[in-house]
Design a protein around this ligand. Structure first.
Ligand SMILES: C[S@@+](CC[C@H](N)C(=O)[O-])C[C@H]1O[C@@H](n2cnc3c(N)ncnc32)[C@H](O)[C@@H]1O
Length: 216
């Protein structure tokens, strides 16, 4: 019931915020060379596996899905919010976007070379995170890669911190804590990028991109 309520609340909040979110963030990668670098590392790792099928989970308005597709990957997006999916389909008509839940993906076992989750697990309540990470692991092929982006907690003694997000309740994670949760789910850390906040950033949190791999 808690899971359902959190999911429904997040979906409704992003439905209401979708046009403004798309307007604010669609061009953001232009100003984020470090994010682009990690997406490029991810794309290369996935490409090397020979399976370029990648899901962008919690894809929002689809701009990062499109960036991955431009890198040569067979990328598609999934999001809880029908309004976000509508905007993504409108902006990128050549790509596939589906409404869905990261906790119960309509994707077969072991078929993806990569999963991207960029600032989508921030809305997953801590008690639900193992289910979501289990889904990421389930849909990846052996040797497949996960790139997960999230905001970092400041305090290892509080590995999960609630933060005041403009759209929906959100959590930030101590990076080592999340890395252990990934490992427990069968996803071993390969590398991580820690980006210090810039003075102009709306939120003064460290941002983490963590690349992990499913054994195989
Ligand atoms: C902060 S936005 C990030 C959007 C995009 N990944 C980006 O990098 O701009 C979070 C997105 O995750 C989606 N989301 C959150 N929880 C989800 C869930 N359990 N299943 C599917 N999508 C979810 C929201 O609807 C929203 O579009």
């Amino acid at each position: 019931m808690v899971e359902h309520d959190a999911f429904g609340a997040t979906r409704e909040a992003y439905d209401a915020a979708a046009p403004l979110y798309a307007q604010m963030f669609r061009g953001e990668l232009r100003d984020r060379p470090l994010d682009r670098a990690m997406l490029s590392v991810f794309a290369e790792a996935v490409g090397e596996s020979g399976n370029g099928r990648v899901a962008d989970l919690g894809c929002g308005p689809g701009h990062v899905t499109a960036h991955l597709a431009e890198s040569g990957l067979a990328a598609f997006g999934v999001d809880a919010s029908p309004a976000m999916i509508g905007l993504a389909r409108g902006a990128y008509p050549g790509l596939r976007f589906d409404v869905g839940s990261m906790a119960a993906l309509g994707i077969a076992d072991g078929v993806l070379g990569g999963v991207l989750s960029r600032w989508s697990v921030i809305h997953t309540p801590p008690q639900e995170l193992p289910v979501v990470l289990g889904e990421f692991h389930r849909v990846l092929a052996p040797g497949g890669h996960l790139l997960i982006g999230f905001s970092a907690s400041d305090d290892p003694s509080h590995p999960t911190q609630v933060f005041d997000h403009a759209v929906a309740p959100a959590y930030r994670w101590w990076p080592d804590h999340l890395a252990v949760m990934l490992r427990t789910s069968g996803l071993a850390e390969v590398a991580r990028m820690v980006r210090e906040p810039r003075p102009t950033d709306r939120r003064q949190f460290r941002e983490i991109h963590l690349l992990a791999r499913k054994a195989g």
